[in-house]
Design a protein around this ligand. Structure first.
Ligand code: DGJ
Length: 696
């Protein structure tokens, strides 16, 4: 709901539990008034009537109070908008009106010197406020183009509090999305990616709490950027203690793009949420928001998949995939995915990327015979692609060496022996569309794992030295390609992968069905990665595979099938082990775990998540609740001194009700489960359990 104050210049946006208020002054300053627990329009108007603190000495009265600080004028904060033409840098704007349309507010500004129209958009989605900006060059052919150096999607202002704490998700390849928390101090703290993709180093999300919020209690302010290219989120504590968070595309101030007369750019969404249910409450609200407004077809169940990568690497053949498919079907797998190396000359990571036709030595009849067999086994059929890349050793590169991102006269930087295609070229985009459309039309493919295995280094274009446009436009062109493919092939699902979790964000999630969380499939490491991932994203998109033990990819850790399965069952279950080498006993046990997962899957994929104990503690656990059902997944790292594990206190249950547990065979009073907790009985090293509860 959006309410407008009596003077038409104060707006109050209210979700079910929270409110956000702003005001346009008579001097066309757009001021932040309020963000937090729900208030009324009279409260917002009372805040609007207050005047800003007086200006003194070196301090600007605007700093820390503006909704979208532009460069120029009486401001010293990091500008959200920085624009220049060949003569003048910075923005001086006039308010030119506002509009409310349902749950969306638009506030318009115009800079007459630059002929620049700036529209700030606010969209309410439950308690989530989505913000983005549209910049339009309203000049004609006589007016100079504008260089957009910075165009953040939003600046968020936090209320005044004694001391803030910052949480974010950091990592690297194989160790993504690990939660870290520290006190905020004066100055700017920036996270982001300079890599042209979201990156493994940070998920574009921050959370701030002031009064020591816990997992289930306290106020938490969090925001997340819907962008899969380079990005930056800066948390700034100003000298007087005010805190602002600004974020958008592009990492440094190297520039976003050039705005020519008559053209416009739209920034990605920067979404923010206030919650007073602690970090758990914030996560549940983010999950509900993504299921309702971001993830396509979020109400459909994600199937159990098999992926051959860890089993077969680059050494694949149709016959070997058939054998794996038969074994996968016996386990109850619902989607069989052929990973890398089915195409072109792809027999190692040195060749083949770019040539998206089946390798005739490996798949003499193309993909259709295998796809048909997989379908006959009752599974869907998926393939791996990495369309944005090319190996120098490929037919595509030999024909079009100029199609890659490069700086003329400079060495072309290779990672994993590959170069990045320049998607800002129309011919490259046309080629990719043709190849992928033909691929999906030519064989009965139900699922595409879309990978991206190196970061940008040489983005640029001959004749446009230093222009940052290819960095920014690549992501939009990628989105466009995915959108067109989805529209043309509506039955095909897509997975976003970038060497594991290098491209996980709200932008890619609005056009893919699930993401590959990490190349790290060690079930213990995964608990911490999943713990971080779940701060923002729901289990419904978090792919997790059971692979072989010892985990040869990573650390040689030995773990039981039980531990591996229960770890992977916390997300979208997949299997990635070499099934050809699994014993009959292992296959039989795996079948039981898959059946169990299918039973609890509605809770995992659509239920409310409660993180009961973090992986930092020796015994960690999560719980999913849906209606009268709950399921607890618990993992014990190591038992010490023969001690019994402390009971795990559950959440989200009715204290008055009685619950039956299928796995312990006991019934429990809700109040006991909530206040005393569930005894898991886990023991030894790397033990795990599943506890299904039903209200009786
Ligand atoms: C990186 C992915 O994360 C892996 O799962 C696998 O698909 C390889 N790429 C294939 O090259």
């Amino acid at each position: 709901m959006i309410q407008i104050g009596a003077d038409g210049r104060t707006w109050l946006l209210s979700g079910p539990t929270s409110s956000y208020a702003l005001r346009l002054t008579e001097h066309d300053e757009l001021l932040h008034l309020y963000w937090g627990a729900r208030i009324g329009i009279a409260d917002a108007e009372a805040l609007a009537a207050e005047s800003l603190p007086p200006e003194r000495g070196f301090e600007s009265r605007l700093d820390g109070h503006e909704e979208y600080p532009v460069e120029g004028g009486r401001r010293f904060v990091r500008p959200a908008l920085s624009v220049r033409d060949d003569m003048v840098r910075g923005t001086e704007w006039q308010g030119t009106g506002s509009a409310v349309d349902g749950d969306e507010l638009q506030v318009h500004f115009h800079d007459p010197l630059h002929h620049l129209r700036t529209t700030l958009h606010y969209r309410l989605r439950g308690d989530v406020v989505e913000r983005f900006v549209i910049l339009t060059h309203e000049g004609d052919h006589r007016t100079p183009e504008l260089e957009v150096l910075r165009a953040d999607s939003a600046t968020w202002t936090l209320p005044w509090r004694e001391r803030w704490r910052l949480s974010h998700l950091h990592g690297r390849w194989g160790a993504e999305s690990r939660l870290t928390r520290s006190d905020l101090t004066y100055g700017e703290q920036t996270i982001g990616s300079r890599r042209g993709h979201t990156g493994h180093a940070h998920l574009p999300w921050v959370a701030l709490d002031a009064e020591g919020a816990s997992e289930e209690y306290g106020e938490v302010y969090s925001c997340a950027l819907a962008w899969s290219g380079s990005w930056r989120i800066t948390v700034h504590q100003l000298p007087d203690g005010a805190v602002q968070i600004s974020g958008g595309v592009g990492h440094d101030d190297a520039g976003v793009t050039v705005l020519r007369p008559g053209t416009a750019i739209v920034t990605p969404v920067f979404a923010a949420l206030w919650s007073d249910g602690g970090f758990g409450g914030a996560s549940r609200a983010w999950h509900a928001y993504q299921r309702a407004h971001v993830i396509p077809d979020a109400g459909t169940v994600r199937p159990v998949l098999y992926n051959s990568w860890e089993a077969t690497g680059f050494d694949i053949s149709e016959e070997q995939q058939r054998v794996l498919a038969h074994r996968a079907a016996r386990l109850g797998v619902e989607l069989f995915v052929v990973d890398d190396a089915w195409f072109g000359g792809r027999v190692s990571d040195r060749a083949g990327l770019g040539d998206w036709t089946p390798n005739p030595d490996r798949f003499p009849g193309g993909l259709t015979p295998l796809a048909d067999e997989v379908h006959a086994l009752g599974m869907r059929f998926g393939i791996w692609v990495e369309p944005e890349m090319v190996n120098p050793d490929s037919d595509l590169y030999r024909a079009h060496p100029d199609w890659v991102q490069h700086q003329p006269g400079r060495a072309r930087t290779e990672f994993r022996n590959q170069l990045v295609l320049d998607l800002s070229r129309a011919d490259v985009r046309a080629y990719l569309w043709r190849q992928l459309d033909e691929l999906l039309s030519g064989a009965p493919v139900d699922y595409v794992k879309w990978d991206f295995n190196r970061s940008f280094t040489d983005a640029g274009r001959p004749g446009d030295a230093g222009l940052s446009e290819p960095w920014w436009s690549h992501t939009w062109h990628l989105y466009d390609l995915l959108d067109r493919l989805r529209a043309a092939h509506p039955t095909v699902s897509f997975e976003s992968c970038s060497g594991g979790g290098g491209r996980v964000d709200l932008g890619i999630l609005s056009r893919t069905d699930q993401v590959w969380t990490s190349d790290n499939t060690d079930p213990l490491d995964r608990l911490a990665i999943q713990h971080g991932f779940s701060q923002l994203h729901p289990a419904r998109v978090m792919a997790a595979w059971v692979t072989d033990s010892p985990n040869v990819q990573l650390n040689d850790r030995v773990s039981s099938l039980r531990f591996r399965f229960v770890s992977a069952m916390a997300g979208v279950l997949g299997i990635g082990g070499d099934l050809a080498r699994w014993s009959e006993d292992e296959l039989a046990e795996a079948r039981e775990w898959v059946d169990l997962y299918k039973e609890i899957r509605p809770l995992v994929q659509f239920g409310d998540l409660y993180r009961l104990r973090s992986p930092e503690s020796g015994l960690s656990a999560v719980q999913y609740v849906l209606g009268d059902h709950a399921v607890v997944l618990a993992w014990l790292r190591a038992q010490s001194y023969g001690q019994e594990q402390a009971p795990v206190r559950l959440r989200g249950l009715d204290p008055e009700a009685v619950y039956a547990c299928r796995d312990t065979g006991e019934t429990y009073r809700g109040a006991v489960l909530l206040r005393r907790g569930l005894r898991t009985g886990l023991q030894g090293d790397l033990d795990a359990g599943v506890f299904r509860l039903r209200r009786v």
